[in-house]
Design a protein around this ligand. Structure first.
Ligand code: CLR
Length: 265
């Protein structure tokens, strides 16, 4: 019966082999769990962000960010990023099937995927009309991040957000896409790849299901393209982090948040 194959994300008692969503009802339940988890961990609702759209940093405030030292600004951004990553970890825990993976595989997926999901989520915090992102309570353009001394990364990240916004995804589509970015059986260092693959397939069918329902099947190709861009952005982030830690070992070792170090260092 379908009830016996039901996915109960919060029970912790799921049978791994029930993860193939054989019935439409199961797919609906899977999508509903992922959308709920996204909503509960997304920090701000779209309407709230919409209302804050024109709250920009003043010239003086921008100058204050620009006159921070490289390591001070890196530390500041690392803290903000780590906050965002923490919400992504919470999101992951409620993706049906995620918690049935081994601790090792959960960490391996988060190591490579959490930053990517933060960047997907960034599109919700982005104003394409003036190319600004919600950061520290107001909207900030690329110039705010000048003292990080990694203009190419910042430009690429803003570009990516712009491209994501152009897709005009719904909250449900963003939720399912985020889950798919995270649950990827091709990530390095996985112990039980086939188990991850089963979870991945269930999330894939969830995404396909809602795109079909929304009559937007053509989006799937664009989303897979975006995943390629995400991968290159994250390797650029790692490259910059490596550069930074060599230059400022003390900040990187003692002042970066432990979770940031654990996931990216
Ligand atoms: C992404 C969506 C999250 C909330 C959030 C928090 C911190 C923001 C992040 C968003 C977008 C990217 C961001 C980040 C802080 C610093 C970082 C603006 C809006 C920029 C791109 C600088 C990265 C610097 C690293 C190289 C350290 O739910």
């Amino acid at each position: 019966s379908h009830d016996m194959m039901g996915i109960h994300p919060y029970s912790g008692l799921e049978d791994p082999y029930s993860l193939y969503p054989h019935s439409l009802r199961n797919i609906d339940e899977l999508c509903a769990s992922i959308v709920r988890s996204h909503r509960e961990t997304s920090q701000y609702r779209v309407e709230e962000l919409q209302a804050l759209r024109w709250k920009l940093f003043s010239r003086e405030e921008i100058q204050a960010y620009q006159s921070k030292s490289v390591d001070e600004m890196w530390q500041h951004c690392a803290i903000r990023l780590t906050d965002a990553v923490q919400f992504v970890v919470e999101f992951a825990k409620h993706i049906p099937g995620f918690r049935m993976l081994s601790q090792n595989d959960q960490i391996a997926l988060l190591k490579t995927g959490s930053m990517e999901v933060v960047l997907v989520r960034m599109s919700r915090f982005f104003n394409t009309e003036n190319n600004t992102v919600f950061f520290d309570g107001k909207f900030a353009g690329t110039e705010v991040f000048k003292s990080l001394a990694c203009g190419d990364l910042i430009a690429a990240v803003f570009d990516f957000a712009h491209g994501m916004c152009a897709l005009k995804l719904t909250e449900q589509q963003i939720a399912l896409f985020s889950a798919l970015v995270l649950i990827n059986a091709d990530r390095p260092c996985l112990e039980d790849r086939s188990k991850v693959q089963r979870v991945q397939r269930s999330v894939e069918s969830g995404l396909t299901h809602i795109l079909h329902r929304d009559n937007q099947e053509s989006l799937i190709h664009k989303l897979y393209q975006r995943m390629g861009v995400l991968r290159s952005l994250c390797s650029l982030h790692m490259e910059k982090l490596h550069w930074f830690s060599q230059r400022y070992p003390l900040t990187a070792h003692s002042l970066f948040p432990p979770l940031y170090k654990e996931l990216f260092a």
